[in-house]
Design a protein around this ligand. Structure first.
Ligand SMILES: [Zn+2]
Length: 111
């Protein structure tokens, strides 16, 4: 769901003074004087999607590097397993710390 809000940059005028004192169309609202923001559920959903996208991208890059590595160095099976395990553990660590930092930050701001 979308909500309408007066533009915080230009206070609804749609025009800002640049550093030379000249009028300039507000970039945040493109001169409309208001902006749309999404409700919390939607924000959460996009954040979640970003997280999923990040994970998928990470895994794709990780597997490409992994395949390149095993074909180039003919690594032993144990080492392959260790590398796979470290890769997934690293991804899990990054995701968990990201979520923890986010929740801490939001808790502090009461948002
Ligand atoms: Zn504006």
């Amino acid at each position: 769901m979308k909500h309408k809000q007066v533009c915080p940059d230009c206070s609804g005028y749609g025009i800002l003074k640049d550093d030379r004192g000249l009028d300039e169309i507000c970039r945040k609202c493109a001169g409309k004087g208001f902006i749309f923001f999404r409700s919390r559920e939607k924000v959460f959903a996009t954040r979640f999607m970003k997280l999923v996208l990040f994970s998928v991208l990470f895994l794709i890059i990780f597997y490409i590097l992994f395949v390149v590595y095993i074909t180039t160095f003919k690594a032993d099976f144990t080492i392959e397993i260790i590398i796979l395990f470290i890769g997934h553990a690293a991804l899990a660590t990054v995701l968990i710390s990201y979520l923890m930092i986010k929740s801490l930050y939001e808790g502090k701001n009461g948002a």
